[in-house]
Structure formats: structure tokens, C-alpha cells
Design a protein around this ligand. Sequence first.
Ligand code: ZN
Length: 283
Amino acid sequence: MRIFDPHIHMTSRTTDDYERMAAAGVRALVEPAFWLGQPRTNVGSFTDYFDSLVGWEPFRASQFGIRHHCTIALNPKEANDPRCRDVLSVLPRYLEKDGVVAVGEIGYDSMTPEEDEVFAAQLALAVEHDLPAMVHTPHRDKARGTDRTIAVVRESGIDPGRVVVDHLNEVTVARVAESGCWMGFSIYPDTKMTPSRMVSILQEHGMDRVLVNSAADWGRSDPLLTLRTGEAMLAAGFSDDDVDRVLWRNPVEFYGQSKRLDVSDLASADATFEGNSILRGGS
Ligand SMILES: [Zn+2]
């Protein structure tokens, strides 16, 4: 099984996780810029983080044969802090970089007027830089947040086929399917979405425009839940080709719209990874 995790926060994971992911068949991933836990107080701490998403993390991933890409944005939570607002002015130079395949994560956390403004500004940046957009839906009041997200996407004029609305569940999937946007699902060990619930959603809604990710962030999470979802699909009667479509070809199609995705040489890659010693010297 070859796996492309389209949304995983490797910054919060250990190098051992990269090793386990490579052994499980993960060959490529997209790491969206997000909240780092500790609130940031100035633009410089964002640019250092963005630099690590286009520099250090791709290097760390490459030690295990994993191709790393990222999305860059001011996340919804920190959109509310006036000290972070100038991040918007440094985004254009990052959105021109090779490893950056979308604007994201953008969207809503608490649905404040500040978040409205920053969300709309970043959708405009996606249009201007001809990039897809990766949109986070709020964990509280998800149905209302998803409706408002779809309305803002519509107003922005971006092609909905270039937008993924993520962290969906049984309640929100139908409205996103109707909108023409891609549907993202973050599989977690015990909250939000599980492999078996994901299989039921695929049985009901089909595989078109569906992305499955492990998110793997600061909460309890598991970077191998993409593999577990593939296994659950096979156990439920989906074919190997169906699993390849959901876990590989769909993310390639979505992020390929950036024209910066660099995975063609991985298409038939075997598990050739051998642990590399470069990272072992560090402490
Ligand atoms: Zn995320």
C-alpha cells in the first residue's frame, strides 16, 4: 500500500514517527502550517517556523525516503491576535516557494470578525498565487462553521475544486459534497473520526474528492491511521485499487493542482527506505 498523508503536522512528531510511517508505506505527505501550542508574539517566530516547513522538515522526511510538501498561512486561532496580523504581509514570498502546494490551514476557529477578515484575505492570496486552499473547520459548532466556510469560499471566487474543507464528519460531509469542494477527513484514535466510520462514509458518499489524513497534531493522534483506514477499507470489501485511489491518487490529484507536487518518481516506489544515520548524530 502506498500512502500520501495529505495533512500531518510532523513538527509535533518525533523522528521515530517518520521511521514508522516509512515502514507502513507513507511515501509523501503535506504538512500544513498551524498553531504551535505556545502563542506566538511576533512575525519572526512565524517566519522561522515557515522556514522549517520548507527546509528542516523536508530534510528530516527525506532521511526516510518520504517526500515532504507544506501549506503556508496564518492559522485561524492566531488570526485573532493583533501581534500576528503582519504575518499576512510575509505570506506572498513563501507562496512562491517550490515545496509549498497550497495556502493553509485557513478558515475558522471561533468564527470571530477577525477570522472572517483573515480567511477572506488568504483565499484571495490563493487565487492570486494560483494555489489550492486547505481549510480547517472548527471543532465546536461544526455545522454552522462549515456552512459559513462554504459561503466565504463561494464569495471569494476561488474554484471550489481547488479547495479542501477538512476535519469533516457525518454531519458536515453532505453540505461540502454539494459545494464542489474536496472533503477532508482527519482520523483520530478516539475522537472526531475513526477508520470504521470513515469506511461507512466512503460506502455512502463514494471516493470522489475525498482525502483521508491522520492530522497527527498536539492532541492524542496516530500517524499510522491512514494505513489503518486502508486496512479497514480492504476488510470491508474495497479493492486495492480503491485504497490506492483514496490514499494516493486523490491527494496527488488535489495538490497536483499547485503544479509543484513532486511525486512522479515515487509512483511505483517499493519500500526501499533504509534508516539513515545523518539524524542520529544530532541531539
Ligand atoms: Zn491541522
